[in-house]
Design a protein around this ligand. Structure first.
Ligand SMILES: NC(=O)c1ccc[n+]([C@@H]2O[C@H](COP(=O)([O-])OP(=O)(O)OC[C@H]3O[C@@H](n4cnc5c(N)ncnc54)[C@H](O)[C@@H]3O)[C@@H](O)[C@H]2O)c1
Length: 270
């Protein structure tokens, strides 16, 4: 199926890597003009170049989502380039650094300063994206172009107790923001949804998607999912594509797991 975002303008945060890069390429493949936004300017530029190499349209904008002025600037730059905004994909996110040689940091091992930064990016970054997009959607509504779609990347860790405690709390905030905001802006025709992926092998949390042990790591990640496969960034991007598209025109307030069945429950017996 092609052309799900034909003629639409989509802003993607965290576009310089992992899910954001996969989404930028997939959205463009489906006809969107993409505003590729990342705090890492070089990687945002690289993503926009990849989109153009594939025959799509994209610009890159450097932006730190924790700074509301920076997010407003990214939206304005996108509107200047492409004339409007139809979707924002609030995907940028970070996690608490693991303990070297040990793995996940327990709550009592977390430092205040790092928790604040994770919260500023994962929660306030999504808040700023929503605020800036809604203001732009409202400006467009005055010109007769109503509606708009907001999608955020939460996590399976925002749905169930899974992995890092503080990180899960920030993603739980995104899950609840998605529901409450969906109700608040529904009468404006704006839809608000989120995707909730399980672990993916990206640059996130210091992982290396180009690791020589890639196959073994993916096999281990897949083993915890009822469907038995690791989640690929493109799986998450595909769910975000659906939620941004008109196929989901009557879907709002949904936190869609992309987790191979992990959050559905556990097989008993057999
Ligand atoms: N990889 C996983 O296992 C996993 C699982 C569940 C949810 N997630 C979520 O998926 C999303 C994408 O993560 P990923 O796996 O692609 O990670 P990634 O590290 O590969 O990509 C994240 C991108 O976000 C950018 N970024 C970080 N801080 C930013 C900021 N302040 N402003 C703008 N951009 C910023 C980074 O530069 C990077 O390009 C995140 O929200 C993450 O929390 C990841």
């Amino acid at each position: 199926m092609q052309g799900l975002l034909e003629g639409k303008v989509a802003l993607v945060t965290g576009a310089g890597s992992g899910v954001g890069r996969a989404a930028s390429l997939l959205f463009a493949e489906h006809g969107a003009k993409v505003i590729a936004v990342d705090v890492n300017a070089d990687e945002a530029v690289a993503t926009a170049a990849m989109v153009r190499t594939e025959g799509g349209e994209a610009i890159a904008v450097e932006c730190d989502v924790s700074d509301p002025a920076s997010v407003d600037h990214a939206v304005a730059a996108g509107v200047e380039a492409f004339g409007r905004l139809d979707c924002i994909y609030n995907n940028a996110g970070i996690t608490i650094s693991p303990v070297p040689g040990k793995g996940l940091r327990s709550l009592i091992e977390c430092e205040d300063e790092e928790m604040r930064r994770v919260s500023e990016v994962n929660v306030m970054g999504v808040v700023h994206g929503c605020q800036s997009a809604i203001r732009q959607f409202e400006r467009q509504a005055k010109d007769g172009l109503g509606g708009g779609a907001i999608v955020s990347t939460a996590s399976v860790a925002g749905l169930i107790g899974y992995g890092g405690v503080f990180y899960g709390a920030t993603k739980g905030a995104v899950v609840q923001l998605t529901r409450a905001l969906a109700i608040e802006v529904a009468e404006k025709g704006i839809r608000v949804n989120a995707v909730c992926p399980a672990g993916m092998l990206t640059h996130y949390a210091g992982m290396d998607p180009d690791s020589e042990h890639r196959d073994r790591i993916l096999e281990g990640m897949g083993r915890v999912h009822p469907l038995g496969r690791a989640i690929d960034p493109r799986d998450t991007a595909s769910a975000a594509l659906f939620l941004c598209s008109d196929l989901a025109s009557n879907v709002t307030g949904v936190n869609l797991p992309v987790d191979g069945g992990l959050s559905a429950g556990r097989k008993v017996g057999g």
